[in-house]
Design a protein around this ligand. Structure first.
Ligand SMILES: [Mg+2]
Length: 197
């Protein structure tokens, strides 16, 4: 089966403006450059996979239906910009949950690897060409564990994270779009044989 390079992208603070625990679609708003960033990955043959910790479910702040509603809005806003996601995975767990269904010391809460493990089992990912973009060190740690090239963006919590961890990621960059442009540049350099003469 043909395999494709993949970019794993954090949601809050990377795709959408950081707004704490988001319990209503009105508070879920993509950064304006996000559709372009995702579209560039789509047109260059990358799988685009969003990974998000949603402990607000486990903590009882909102239900999984709310998470799904936000993800519908995310896909529809991207679609208006000609962009699409290949998959979205979220972790609803938190060990403090009062609901035994969610009070799980799970393997999917970032920086644990469960969501990427699942993506690799479900999608044709070329594991030698994986990238992760996020605004927290938990994203970067996950990327390190799974062999991704890591991008810490300065949106969301990223500026604070970058100040605390100046050498924390392979690349510290302004936002998801600048990260994607670097990924495309690196990927072209890595495959000079595909460049037309
Ligand atoms: Mg984030």
């Amino acid at each position: 089966m043909e395999k494709f390079p993949a970019v794993f992208i954090d949601r809050d603070g990377t795709m959408n403006i950081e707004a704490g625990y988001i319990d209503h679609p009105d508070n879920f708003n993509l950064y304006p450059f996000v559709p372009q960033a995702v579209r560039l990955l789509n047109t260059h043959g990358f799988l685009v996979i969003v990974l998000t910790n949603q402990a607000g479910v486990g903590r009882g702040y909102f239900g999984e239906d709310n998470v799904e509603t936000l993800h519908s809005k995310m896909r529809s806003e991207l679609s208006k910009g000609g962009a699409r996601l290949d998959a979205v995975y979220y972790c609803p767990h938190h060990t403090s949950s009062k609901d035994p269904k969610y009070a799980v010391d799970c393997n999917c809460r970032k920086p644990r690897t469960g969501m990427i493990d699942k993506a690799l089992s479900e999608l044709p990912v070329d594991t030698g060409r994986m990238f992760i973009i996020g605004d927290k060190m938990s994203d970067i740690k996950l990327g390190r564990k799974t062999g991704c090239r890591t991008y810490l963006v300065k949106t969301g919590y990223g500026l604070r994270e970058a100040e605390k961890n100046p050498g924390g990621a392979d690349v510290i960059t302004d936002n998801i779009l600048s990260a994607v442009l670097d990924i495309l540049k690196i990927s072209q350099q890595a495959q000079p044989d595909q460049t037309p003469a």
